[in-house]
Design a protein around this ligand. Structure first.
Ligand code: 8GP
Length: 799
């Protein structure tokens, strides 16, 4: 895929003419985006074709990563980069007089995910292709991505994200690979040729149509496939869809990401979505296997691995059983053995409310055959334990209990591998959350610490940093992330440190300009840029950060000359639309921002900026400019975190609780290059065990906490009468403060005082920052993928 600048300029102008009948000076940025993306796609299509042909010819074992979310963000730049075209195109565009950044901004973020789990799925797609493995994605082509967030009077308002309204250049509709997915009706079993076969009555078929997107590997010619399914009414079933409601139920299947599961309708839709993409994906895998590999289904596990990304795709276990038995005639034992060998499962959270349990009646109505098979898996599981374990143990571990289907139990019982996403998280799964299962299947449990696409976050988003790295340690770090360690040699090299300082300054100036454009707020690039970007959730404790801001504000009001190093607090976060408490926190942050930013007594020492609509593209802008990375979840609650990795790679220093992957970051950079604070996970569990945390005591006995918390109800912060009260009450009750915000407050203040002092010594700060960048290679998703490939999926690289 080599291309020279003059070829690019020529082709680009010609394609504008050929495709759109326009000269450059007549084309809009959107026209240019479409044409450029089209060029990129035609260039990689050859390789795409070649990649799948070669997998088929070599009968390569293929991985299918089943995920209800994928969050690639914008793809133009990352595709250009992976093809080795980015610099040529940037230069070429400049010579053509085109503002390349404006072209890039035309693309709608592909935001088919909520946060960490969806972004991880996309970074794995990049790493699989870049490492040369046959790894494909399987998911849903939502018509509406994650909502667009707007702030109106400080409140979060959700707007629809109609990301497909101008078409999607990257996808290819593959009509001929469509399959049918069955919902509802009645099912009973009838003997046929010595086997029991299902007979369906009154069920409805939905046509699943795949849309494929090429996943381009980094400079290696590999292009894998992300297959997303859309739902349509099958042509020869139209007569069965009589009412508008029938039609709508099909359209709705792929309409929205994460329908509100606080309502029955939402939960029903979620079950239908989960079954839809799982069934369609598995059918297409089996069709392909039988046609192209032509091997018996009892050998499926030698050629196919299916990964269940959290529990949402766990019906895959029952659906593969169904297909193997009902459609292809295998007996239960054979089918079960193949299924367990094919399936593997990752858990992404220990938060109880995120553990899916579906109502048995609802599953009966929506997916009756799947429920039957789950019941049989459950029956056999219980049978296998009887006599060996007591009844309590069996009740705790079985799949069906209290009229609910426990999806995590299904995923564990039906998979050969179960992993957590950071060392501590995996240990907690083994010791606490899934301890019973660990007793049953110790050999299935393993850890796979998350990783991130360093190339995107460093080379594409932070070209200034990348240029320094390339010059000092060469550019191999893009392919071998551990090469970043070579940077350690320069920790006392003044020239390199000065260059790093200058690059960060320039990035901060860029972000300051963007902040001004977006919010009207002036911030100084000389201040500490202190960043907390992630979903808004009580356990992530944006509130802890906010309480400290309120304290600083109060300190400055009392003493306008207080010695506080200027700081800009930058937030990016969406709250789930039905999560009232998280929305109250957003409102409070916005009102504190108003108060602080407009108070002349503060002398620009503090600024608070809450950027709207946090998504991958916004992360692309913020991360290179961060000085401080806030990773302050209550220990034990954040499974891994991944913004911690992106931010450290870009030289931000972490203020961290000993939670998730923070612990591993700490292990690599050492005590002196991270600011840790707060309870450990053991201490948190001890509090749970003896029920001895009483938030009200902290409120009553600590005058600083008292004053800060009162600010939420005493009028200090205006316009938050309801929200301030909600937060106040959640904190000060005897058994309140579920996430120990007040308990960790003092220790957080101390850690932040150290930050304040450390930043005053720019050389030393740059040194610590360099040490973080140098150690970030350990958190590359390329390496994470290598570990999955070796331990779980057993793939071999493509030649
Ligand atoms: C997230 C975890 O919260 C985060 O710590 C981790 O880094 C990330 O997964 C990737 O492993 N979990 C989720 O995003 C999650 O559980 N989402 C489901 C509710 C949809």
């Amino acid at each position: 895929m080599s291309l020279t600048k003059s070829q690019f300029k020529q082709n680009f102008k010609r394609r504008l003419k050929d495709d759109l009948a326009l000269d450059i000076d007549e084309a809009s940025y959107f026209d240019m985006y479409k044409v450029l993306a089209g060029m990129v796609k035609s260039a990689y299509n050859q390789n795409w074709h070649h990649t799948w042909r070669s997998y088929d010819q070599q009968h390569k074992k293929q991985l299918y990563y089943f995920s209800i979310e994928f969050l690639p963000g914008r793809m133009l730049q990352s595709n250009l980069f992976n093809m080795g075209w980015l610099e040529i195109v940037k230069d070429g565009m400049k010579e053509l007089g085109v503002d390349f950044e404006k072209v890039v901004e035309q693309e709608n973020d592909m935001a088919l995910g909520n946060g960490g789990l969806g972004r991880l799925a996309s970074s794995f797609m990049d790493a699989l292709a870049s490492d040369g493995y046959a790894g494909n994605g399987n998911g849903i082509r939502y018509k509406y991505g994650l909502f667009k967030q707007k702030f109106i009077d400080g409140y979060q308002v959700e707007l629809p994200n109609n990301w497909l309204n101008e078409g999607n250049v990257w996808e290819e509709r593959r009509e001929t690979h469509s399959v049918l997915v069955r919902f509802g009706g009645q099912v009973y079993l009838q003997p046929k040729n010595g086997q029991l076969k299902p007979v369906y009555e009154g069920s409805q078929l939905v046509k699943a149509v795949p849309y494929d997107t090429g996943m381009v590997g980094y400079e290696n010619g590999v292009v894998n496939t992300l297959r997303l399914w859309d739902a349509e009414i099958p042509e020869d079933e139209e007569s069965k869809y009589r009412t508008i409601d029938d039609l709508r139920r099909v359209e709705d299947l792929t309409s929205v990401l994460y329908p509100d599961d606080s309502t029955e309708d939402g939960r029903r839709m979620r079950i239908r979505q989960e079954y839809f993409f799982v069934s369609a994906g598995l059918q297409s895998i089996l069709n392909h296997y039988l046609e192209k590999y032509d091997q018996p289904l009892t050998k499926l596990d030698q050629y196919v691995a299916v990964h269940i990304n959290d529990t949402h795709p766990s019906m895959a276990i029952a659906e593969l059983m169904r297909l193997l038995m009902d459609e292809h005639g295998l007996g239960w034992e054979d089918a079960w053995q193949v299924t367990v060998n094919v399936m593997s499962y990752t858990n992404h959270t220990i938060m109880a409310e995120a553990m899916e349990r579906w109502d048995i009646n609802m599953m009966q109505q929506e997916v009756p055959r799947i429920l039957q098979i789950i019941q049989e898996i459950d029956r056999r599981f219980v049978l296998s334990l009887e006599g060996k374990y007591d009844q309590n143990f069996i009740n705790r571990t079985r799949i069906i209990a209290n009229n609910q289907v426990h999806m995590a139990h299904l995923a564990i019982i039906g998979s050969h591998s179960i992993n957590g996403v950071a060392k501590l998280h995996t240990e907690l799964l083994k010791k606490e959350v899934l301890h019973d299962f660990y007793r049953l299947y110790p050999e299935r449990f393993n850890n796979k610490t998350n990783g991130v696409t360093l190339r995107r976050w460093m080379a594409i988003d932070n070209p200034r940093l990348a240029a320094i790295l390339d010059q000092e340690i060469g550019s191999d770090w893009r392919k071998n992330p551990l090469e970043l360690e070579k940077l350690l040699k320069y920790r006392s090299n003044n020239k390199v440190l000065d260059q790093l300082i200058a690059a960060k300054q320039a990035n901060k100036r860029d972000l300051a300009k963007f902040i001004k454009q977006q919010t009207g707020i002036e911030v100084s690039s000389k201040a500490i840029f202190d960043v907390q970007i992630k979903r808004l959730h009580a356990y992530k404790r944006q509130l802890l950060n906010l309480l400290r801001i309120v304290k600083l504000y109060q300190d400055l009001k009392a003493n306008p000359n207080a010695d506080i190093y200027p700081r800009v607090f930058i937030f990016g976060a969406k709250a789930a639309p039905s999560y009232q408490y998280a929305k109250a926190v957003i409102k409070c942050i916005n009102e504190v921002a108003n108060l602080v930013n407009n108070d002349p007594d503060i002398h620009d020492k503090l600024k608070v900026v809450f950027l709207e609509n946090y998504n991958v593209s916004l992360a692309d802008r913020i991360i290179p400019a961060a000085d401080v990375s806030e990773q302050i979840s209550l220990a034990s609650k954040e499974a891994s975190g991944t913004s911690n990795m992106k931010l450290m790679a870009n030289g931000a220093l972490t203020v961290a609780t000993m939670d998730g992957a923070n612990i591993e970051i700490h292990d690599y950079v050492g005590d002196d290059n991270i600011f840790t604070f707060g309870l450990s996970s053991q201490e948190v569990y001890r509090y749970y065990a003896d029920n001895s945390y009483h938030a009200s005591e902290y409120y009553e006995n600590d005058p600083v906490i008292h004053r800060v918390v009162d600010a939420f109800v005493d009028g200090t912060i205006p316009n938050i009468s309801m929200e301030g009260r909600e937060i106040f009450e959640s904190l000060v009750q005897y058994n309140g403060d579920q996430f120990f915000v007040l308990r960790d407050f003092e220790s957080y203040l101390k850690a932040q005082d150290k930050v304040d002092q450390a930043y005053r010594n720019p050389k030393h700060w740059a040194q610590m920052s360099l040490i973080n960048t140098a150690n970030a290679g350990h958190f590359s998703s390329d390496l994470t993928i290598d570990r999955y490939v070796d331990d779980v999926w057993k793939l071999t690289p493509n030649k």
